[in-house]
Design a protein around this ligand. Structure first.
Ligand code: NAI
Length: 509
């Protein structure tokens, strides 16, 4: 199906942060756009601001002066809903309240023509319930943009139970024609992004609860080893704890209190204290004038080990071996893999990639006290930091040798306490698990899940593609071991991951 013709009128209701952004996108794409807001003067102000934005884009040379002028001129204010009669598409971005949204769409149904598509930008209300208020619920769908809409590429095109699939296809193609990266999603709590992203915050909060490390250290590990743009704590401070906690609670309740989504007491306490993040000057961090940025824990320089053996154990081995070569650190190579997947032998220490068991358990299982674990890195050859943990019985000398070796290859080394699954591995495994369940339940397909997380929240890699790269068998083991360690249903493995492992397939072939 083709996209909506750019000559057709797009109406945007609500001229707040989201509505203004959506109006800007539609006008830039060539549509005449009408903006309506109940608050007197709000739409006029918003249009003025959008026109200024077009002007600035022209000054920076991103668009021509003529294009900026023309796009600005395509925006007009609607003083009543009746003026939107000629719209081919209405996008609603008003207050997040089911009754108010239903009332608006019922009124609109009496105004617009029969072929006009009705879209809601809701991020948390069931698209099915909004549509149920209409005489013809098949014409309503979700068109979920991300903030700031002109900059974030993702649009979730959300179908309710009654939505006409051909309209979802039309809006998908229209979003693509507007330069966006659309994905299809079924109306379920959180759609894709707000569901699949939960573990990013939740596992960070669990690590903090269990005193794996402080916020600055966990953030640094997630950024510098995981490749995420922001660590979970700085990101929650940016989003605001009131907002983030409310979304977490709403997804938790909407899934009938599935333990996978259990909110954190730490975040509850921040909200109780009014420590809402950047906007209140204090969250996990202090913000504003004079605030100092705490430094991540980084191990002091340690001496180089005498003996280094590299074992064949996948991407960790390849990346670290490449770094050893670059740093001219001599090492021997083991021909056959170790039965427990050892990555390195460093003097007396055995180094493994975390598999969801603690280092202490692994030392016990292998009857080798000098056991050190490394965390997952997005790219072992390029990461600037790596997290490590050591078994409770590991000698200080054996541990120091591992630290010295990693430092010699250019890693800053952060030691986490001995929590199962460490930080990056545990988070990525849980993100992939949630994405896999969304796919298993028909919310979206694997490609959409990965696009959504890359384009909606800037993840460095789609969680399912990342799990493919780590090895689905390893991801399954990590989750099974976490489930065993904690005895919690929270870490149950998605059936789809097991199925892929057993059928020796991947999410992306
Ligand atoms: P906002 O509070 O900045 O703007 C809402 C605007 O709607 C206000 O200007 C208000 O006067 C107007 N409004 C309220 N009731 C109205 C009505 N009955 N008719 C016409 N105008 C009305 O809110 P924001 O952040 O732009 O959010 C709007 C919608 O977008 C909500 O449904 C929200 O859940 C959703 N959303 C918000 C995101 C965000 O990060 N802020 C991201 C994605 C979706």
């Amino acid at each position: 199906m083709a996209a909506l013709d750019p000559s057709r009128l797009v109406a945007v209701i609500g001229s707040g942060a989201m509505g203004a952004g959506i109006a800007q996108i539609a006008a830039a794409a060539g549509h005449p756009v009408m903006l309506f807001d109940v608050k007197p003067g709000a739409a006029v102000t918003a249009i003025g601001d959008i026109q200024k934005t077009f002007g600035k884009l022209a000054e920076k040379g991103r668009i021509s002066a003529g294009a900026a002028e023309a796009a600005g001129a395509r925006l007009t204010v609607a003083n009543s809903l009746a003026e939107l009669a000629g719209a081919a598409l209405v996008v609603e971005a008003i207050v997040e309240n089911l009754d108010v949204k239903r009332k608006l769409f019922r009124e609109l149904e009496g105004v617009v023509g029969a072929d006009c598509v009705l879209a809601t930008n809701t991020s948390s209300i069931s698209v099915t319930s909004i549509g149920a208020a209409l005489r013809d619920p098949s014409r309503l769908l979700g068109m979920h943009f991300f903030n700031p809409a002109p900059l974030m590429a993702l649009v979730e095109v959300v179908t309710g139970l009654a939505t006409d699939p051909s309209l979802a296809a039309l809006i998908f193609d229209t979003a693509a024609a507007w330069g966006k990266s659309p994905v299809h999603a079924k109306s379920t709590p959180g759609f894709i992004v707000n569901r699949v992203a939960r573990p990013y915050y939740a596992e960070g909060l669990r690590l903090l609860t269990e005193q794996a490390g402080d916020v600055a250290t966990i953030d640094a590990v997630m950024r510098e080893a995981g490749g995420f743009r922001m660590g979970p704590f700085e990101l929650m401070d940016l989003i605001g704890h009131d907002v983030n906690f409310a979304v977490t609670r709403s997804v938790f309740d909407a899934f009938y209190q599935d333990p996978r989504f259990t909110p954190s007491l730490i975040q509850q306490e921040l909200v109780n204290a009014g420590f809402l993040g950047r906007k209140s000057g204090r969250g996990f961090y202090r913000h504003g004038e004079g605030a100092t940025v705490p430094r991540p824990q980084t191990e002091p320089a340690a001496p180089l080990p005498v003996r280094v053996v590299v074992w064949p154990a996948g991407p960790a081995t390849e990346g670290i071996a490449a770094r050893l070569r670059t740093a001219s650190v001599p090492f021997a190579t083991a021909e056959t893999p170790d039965s427990d997947g050892r990555v390195l032998g460093v003097d007396d220490a055995a180094v493994y990639l975390t598999d969801g068991r603690s280092a202490t358990q692994r030392a016990h299982d292998n009857d080798h006290r000098d056991t050190v674990l490394i965390d997952l890195a997005l790219d072992y050859a390029k990461a600037t930091r790596i997290a490590v943990t050591r078994s409770d019985r590991c000698s200080v000398t054996a541990y120091g040798a591992v630290v010295g070796l990693l430092q010699a290859t250019g890693f800053a080394v952060s030691r986490l306490d001995d929590v199962p699954g460490m930080a990056v591995m545990r988070t990525v495994a849980m993100l992939a698990n949630e994405a896999a369940d969304a796919v298993n339940q028909g919310v979206c397909d694997a490609q959409a899940a990965d696009i959504a997380m890359q384009k909606g929240v800037n993840y460095p890699r789609g969680p399912l593609a990342w799990a493919d790269a780590v090895g689905l068998g390893h991801v399954m083991t990590v989750l099974d071991n976490l489930a065993r360690s904690y005895g919690e249903d929270r870490y149950r493995v998605s059936h789809l991951i097991r199925r892929k492992v057993w059928s020796e397939s991947k999410f992306h072939q």
